[in-house]
Design a protein around this ligand. Structure first.
Ligand SMILES: [Zn+2]
Length: 408
C-alpha cells in the first residue's frame, strides 16, 4: 500500500500522527507521513518520529522510507508522532520556488531552458541552455540583472503558487509547460501566477510555498559559461538576506579600515594600492643602492688586499655578514665581484643561517659545500664559482667556516 503523502495535501503541515506499517533495521514505513522524501532536486525533510531522529527520507515505488538514527523500538501497528524540522523545510521551499521563478523568467525572456539545477550549501545554480532562440547568443551580466529584477517583481506581486495533479500526460500537456514532460502518469504541475500568464509552469514533485511573496528575495551572484550553457549562481529567501547581511558587514568593516563609505571605498582602496606601489618602487631603488654600496666596499677591500702585495693574499678567506638582507640580495652583492676573488669570499645571511660562497675558480665552491656541509649538519650546493650552504643554527654555520678555513 502506498504511503499517504500529507505534504502533498498541505505543505504547511509540520506534524502528524501515523501508524507504523513495517520496520526493517533502521528503516520505518508508516501509513501516512509529513516527511518529504528526496526528489525533484530538493533534499528530504529531517525531524523526529516520537523521540527518534530521522536522518534520511526516500521514496521507492510509492512507499516513503524513514531512516532512523538507530534501529529503534518501533513496532508494526504502533501509533507514532511525526514532526519535521520546519526551518529546514521552509528554507527548501523558499529556495526551490525561487529557482522556479528565475528559471521561468529565463525561459520567458531568453527562451533559456533549465538543463540542470543544484542546491548547494553556499549557493544554488541553474544551467541555462540558449538553443531555443538562435538570435540570443549569451546571458550577459546585464541580462542576468534584468532577469533578477523580473524574478523579484513576480515575488513582490505575491503571485499564487499552485500544484495541479494529473493522471495522464495528455491532460498535463494542455498547460503551457516550459519543459517537456519526462513522466507519463501521476504528474504534478507547479504554476507560479495565472495559467494564462504564468511566471513558471513546469512538472515538479517538490514542496513550494502557496504564494511567491514567501520566497522573499532572489539574488544572482554571477553568470559563467558552462559546457555550452550558462550557469547562473544565485540564492533565495532567508539565505539571500543572510548573504546581504554578511556582505554589508564586510563593506562596513572595510569602510572602517579605510575611513570610507560604500560610495568612496573603491577610490580609497585604489589610492592605497597606488601608495603601496610607490613605496615598493622606492624600497627597490634603496635596496639596489645599498647592494651597489656593499659591492663597492667589498671591491675596495679586494683591491687593498691586492695592492698590499701580501704574499699570503691568495690564501685569504674574506668573510662579510649582513643581517638586514635576504639571501637573494646578498647573491647580488657577491656576484659582481666574484671574478676578482683570488681565494674565497664568504657572505653570511644571518636572517636564515645561510652562507654564500664565491670564488674566481681557484677554489671549487660547489664541491666545498658538497663535501663538507653535512659534517656541520648543513646542506646545499652550487657550481665552482658560487654556492650556498644552509644550516639549522648559527653555531653550525660558524663551525663550517672554521672547517673550510683549515681546508683552503
Ligand atoms: Zn518545484
Amino acid at each position: 500500500m502506498n504511503t499517504i503523502k500529507l505534504y502533498q495535501q498541505d505543505v504547511y503541515l509540520k506534524e502528524c500522527e501515523a501508524q507504523v506499517i513495517s520496520v526493517d533495521e533502521d528503516l520505518a514505513v508508516l501509513d501516512q507521513t509529513v516527511f518529504f522524501p528526496t526528489g525533484g532536486g530538493q533534499t528530504c525533510d529531517l525531524g523526529r518520529i516520537n523521540d527518534l531522529n530521522v536522518t534520511e527520507v526516500f521514496e521507492k515505488d510509492g512507499i516513503v522510507y524513514h531512516r532512523l538514527e538507530q534501529p529503534g523500538p518501533l513496532r508494526p501497528g504502533q501509533r507514532v508522532l511525526c514532526r519535521i524540522d520546519w526551518e529546514r523545510r521552509f528554507d527548501n521551499m523558499q529556495r526551490h520556488c525561487g529557482e522556479h521563478i528565475l528559471s521561468g523568467i529565463c525561459y520567458r525572456e531568453f527562451g533559456g531552458i533549465n538543463r540542470g539545477f543544484h542546491m548547494g550549501q553556499e549557493y544554488m545554480t541553474v544551467d541555462i541552455s540558449l538553443e531555443e532562440d538562435p538570435s540570443i547568443k549569451e546571458i550577459t551580466w546585464e541580462m542576468a540583472k534584468q532577469a533578477e529584477l523580473y524574478t523579484n517583481e513576480v515575488i513582490w506581486s505575491n503571485a499564487p503558487v499552485t500544484v495541479r495533479r494529473f493522471k495522464t500526460r495528455e491532460e498535463a500537456e494542455k498547460l503551457p509547460l516550459r519543459k517537456a514532460l519526462a513522466i507519463d502518469e501521476e504528474i504534478s504541475i507547479v504554476c507560479v501566477g495565472d495559467i494564462e500568464n504564468a511566471a513558471d509552469c513546469v512538472a515538479c514533485c517538490g514542496t513550494h510555498p502557496s504564494t511567491a511573496g514567501q520566497v522573499g528575495l532572489v539574488k544572482i551572484y554571477k553568470v559563467e559559461h558552462y559546457k555550452g550553457m550558462f550557469r547562473i549562481y544565485f540564492e533565495a529567501g532567508k539565505r539571500a538576506l543572510l548573504d546581504y547581511d554578511a556582505k554589508h558587514d564586510l563593506i562596513a568593516s572595510l569602510g572602517n579600515r579605510f575611513s570610507a563609505g560604500p560610495e568612496d571605498l573603491a577610490d580609497k582602496i585604489r589610492a592605497r594600492e597606488e601608495k603601496s606601489k610607490a613605496v615598493k618602487n622606492e624600497l627597490h631603488l634603496l635596496r639596489q643602492s645599498v647592494i651597489a654600496a656593499r659591492t663597492a666596499d667589498i671591491r675596495k677591500d679586494l683591491e687593498a688586499l691586492r695592492k698590499a702585495d701580501d704574499p699570503k693574499r691568495s690564501e685569504a678567506v674574506l668573510v662579510y655578514e649582513f643581517g638586514d638582507m635576504k639571501t637573494d640580495d646578498l647573491l647580488n652583492i657577491g656576484r659582481p665581484v666574484m671574478k676578482d676573488v683570488e681565494k674565497l669570499l664568504l657572505i653570511i645571511s644571518s636572517q636564515d643561517n645561510t652562507l654564500l660562497l664565491f670564488s674566481n675558480g681557484t677554489v671549487d665552491c660547489g664541491k666545498l659545500v658538497k663535501d663538507n656541509a653535512s659534517v656541520c649538519n648543513g646542506k646545499g650546493g652550487g657550481n665552482a664559482a658560487s654556492a650556498r650552504a644552509i644550516f639549522p643554527k648559527r653555531a653550525s654555520l660558524d663551525a663550517f667556516i672554521d672547517l673550510i678555513r683549515t681546508i683552503c
